[in-house]
Ligand binder design. Sequence first.
Ligand code: PNS
Length: 163
Amino acid sequence: MKKAVFPGSFDPITNGHIDVINRARKLFDHIIVGVAKRKEKNPIFTLSERERLVKAVVADIKGVEVKSFSGLLVDFVKQEKACTIIRGLRTISDFDYEFQMALTNRRIAPDIETIFFLASMRYAYLSASLVKEIASMGGKLEDFLPEPVIRAVEKKLKVKTHR
Ligand code: PNS
């Protein structure tokens, strides 16, 4: 069985992440979405809230499991008995950071490969931080976030977005 880990902060999960999961699912039998603790990024959602939201929106996608993790990503990948990390690439500006992370992970765990999926053009510009900014100003979120996530963002930021 081909198993891969799709790690991220998912603060919150966006339509762009779901697009990557659906693409990766065509190549892998089982995908573990790894929700990282990431205290240093000051997420707006707690780890368990982020995990719960990811679970809610991937519930209908077969072969996808959601788990949270703290510590090194490569240790989590080994613990899950996977050997591939999946990341989405949107624009060229993602490349530096992703390249650095993939090579560092390879250095500390040479048996683990990183595979990149190109996000759909529809989501090439989409980022969780931009979405949070739009939300905080009451902007429309339907093109960016699944419905349960929109409701959670509105509740968290105490805003009502345009529908
Ligand atoms: O969604 P993000 O914030 O771009 O995801 C980044 C993430 C969580 C994949 C990365 O920060 C990570 O792997 N964190 C776990 C700690 C770790 O292994 N750090 C070394 C990476 S080279």
